[in-house]
Design a protein around this ligand. Structure first.
Ligand code: HSE
Length: 321
């Protein structure tokens, strides 16, 4: 504890798009510029104390309920030494948006603690700890938001038990347009409405698309990315929870999107495109669909964030012996 006494760290933890259409619970990517900022300051007493949450009302300060402190507890248990942290969180992505809000806080907390402690843990281990935060938020933990938040870029979680995470290369010019209609969809509810079984014919289509989407990303083949970004299992069910989903999809595709689907469990939707200009056209096309029905909608354009969580500022003790 002596080594880190008086230190503090400010980090950025990105919002993420999970599933990426066909890759339910396994694929995800990180966004640039949209995400949480957190400050962690170690302290002698072994308690976790959320001192302030900005940008969002109603999130719990209780260390057993806040996703960031639950994830930190998992990390500290593995670390084995008695340390505590004061934590402040600035939320830029609201819970229930489908943009990995809880993952942003859980991943950010364990990333920041690992940096302060001198990186005793691998990124795979950080994903395991952050998933404990996801367990609180959505009952059934999944890693397709926390993995890209920690690793950056596109990730595929092949296996959760052994935490086999693969970073997938992607075209550097790939853009994403996000639309977040201002209705809340809880991940736990969006999971409950899914059927427990799938038709073999749908499963064949889906795993063909996951394989070819990954191949398309790795070989910069935009045509293949577009043909593969199709979800025949989850999207047909969950799209019912999203206002004007089909209309927004048609508008985005007509504006030049490679593909369009639900971001995570929704209600946010995303469209991939080859360049900034097309991403802007898609944004305008979707905006006009939601404007026609007076549905308040937040829109973002981003490239894929290759870095994941990042240190913004690291504060050394005011004096040291
Ligand atoms: N894979 C999860 C789901 C992501 O779709 O339920 C939630 O953001």
């Amino acid at each position: 504890m002596k080594d880190i006494q008086g230190k503090s760290i400010r980090i950025f933890s990105p919002a993420t798009v999970a599933n990426v259409g066909c890759g339910f619970d396994v694929l995800g990517f990180a966004l640039e510029g949209v995400g949480d900022e957190m400050v962690l300051a170690p302290k002698e007493s072994p308690t976790l104390n959320v001192t302030r949450i900005e940008g969002c009302e109603g999130l719990p300060y209780d260390a057993d309920k806040n996703v960031a402190t639950v994830a930190l507890k998992a990390l500290l248990e593995a670390y084995g030494k008695k340390i505590g942290f004061d934590i402040t969180i600035k939320k830029n992505v609201l819970p229930g948006s489908g943009l990995g809000s809880s993952a942003s806080s859980s991943a950010g907390a364990v990333f920041a603690a690992n940096e302060l402690l001198g990186r005793p843990f691998t990124r795979e281990q950080l994903v395991v700890f952050a998933m404990e935060g996801e367990r609180v938020a959505s009952l059934k933990p999944h890693a397709d938001n926390v993995a890209p938040a920690i690793f950056g870029g596109f990730t595929l979680v092949r296996d959760v038990a052994s935490m086999d995470v693969i970073n997938i290369r992607f075209p550097s010019e790939l853009h994403v347009t996000i639309a977040h209609p201002q209705v809340e969809v809880k991940t736990a509810d969006a999971k409950k409405i899914l059927r427990k079984e799938v038709l073999l014919s749908d499963a064949i289509t889906q795993w063909a698309n996951v394989g070819s989407l990954v191949a398309g990303l790795m070989s910069n083949d935009y045509g293949l990315i577009g043909r593969s970004l199709k979800d025949v299992i989850v999207e047909p069910v969950r799209s019912m929870l999203i206002p004007l989903f089909q209309e927004a999809k048609t508008a985005a595709m007509e504006a030049g999107a490679l593909g369009f689907s639900i971001s995570g469990s929704g209600p946010s939707v995303f469209a991939l495109s080859t360049d900034r200009k097309t991403a802007e056209d898609i944004k305008n096309a979707i905006a006009s669909i939601y404007a026609q029905e007076d549905i308040d909608t937040k829109l973002y354009i981003s490239k894929i964030n290759p870095n994941g969580c990042e240190v913004i500022e690291s504060q050394e003790p005011a004096f040291s012996h």
